[in-house]
Design a protein around this ligand. Structure first.
Ligand SMILES: C/C(=C\CNc1ncnc2c1ncn2[C@@H]1O[C@H](COP(=O)(O)O)[C@@H](O)[C@H]1O)CO
Length: 218
């Protein structure tokens, strides 16, 4: 079955990936824009911090982040989606997998990432951002940071989230804290790596507690 084989291929190809961060963002961002430049810097700095960079493998912001990762000698991954119109992986993807089903592809983004950074984007980006936030909010995944790059672009959405979503009780005030907004690539990378270190420390503490419990029982 096609769906099953997509899962099997995805898990197989990504199994050996180092710790990774997924970068979402518009497929339409022009190469000469500040947002593209920010995407390249982000890919570079995530790679230098030791993370593989995963994107949707397409043009625009995805290409920018893959370009940065490649330039910094990092692992540059593209999880592409088959579209009704011809669209190839961007030229900076080193490990590329093409999916027919959006939900299989989304599983791969989530399973293999320890954080998400979202550059300005359209419907596709919003879909991916809110999927990530829902998974963290509902604790379907271990909490990972969600960083939005571009205070001017995201400011209106954040205002609406606070005034309307919190204001009408659709989300709790603490849910807003799941989102970090910045213009500073270094800060985005710091947020990701601090969360990563905290998660590592929590995991060690849990393992120690399990060992102690087993020791007490023997
Ligand atoms: C629509 C155009 C190109 C489509 N090519 C894409 N290739 C790979 N991934 C894509 C593509 N388009 C959307 N995505 C995914 O959604 C996000 C971007 O969507 P947005 O609507 O542009 O914000 C991105 O993170 C991808 O994962 C040419 O215009």
């Amino acid at each position: 079955m096609r769906i099953q084989s997509e899962f099997v291929e995805g898990f197989g190809q990504l199994a050996e990936l180092p710790e990774a961060v997924t970068v979402f963002g518009s497929a339409r961002t022009p190469e000469d824009s500040l947002e593209y430049k920010m995407g390249v810097e982000l890919g570079q700095k995530l790679s230098r911090a030791g993370y593989a960079v995963i994107t949707g493998g397409g043009p625009g912001c995805m290409e920018a982040a893959n370009k940065g990762a490649r330039e910094a000698g990092g692992v540059s991954v593209g999880l592409g989606i088959e579209l009704p119109f011809e669209q190839s992986m961007n030229e900076y993807v080193d490990l590329g997998i093409e999916f027919r089903y959006f939900f299989v592809r989304k599983t791969m983004f989530v399973k293999y990432s320890c954080g998400f950074v979202t550059l300005p984007g359209g419907f596709g980006t919003m879909d991916e951002l809110f999927e990530a936030l829902t998974l963290v909010q509902t604790r379907k995944v271990t909490s990972f940071p969600v960083v939005l790059m571009g205070t001017e672009f995201w400011g209106g959405l954040l205002d609406w989230i606070r005034s309307t979503l919190v204001g009408t009780g659709k989300i709790s005030p603490a849910d807003v804290d799941l989102i970090h907004v910045t213009d500073d690539v270094d800060e985005a990378v710091r947020i990701i790596s601090e969360a990563d270190q905290n998660r590592g420390a929590r995991l060690k503490e849990e393992q120690r507690a399990v060992r102690n419990t087993i020791g007490d029982a023997q």
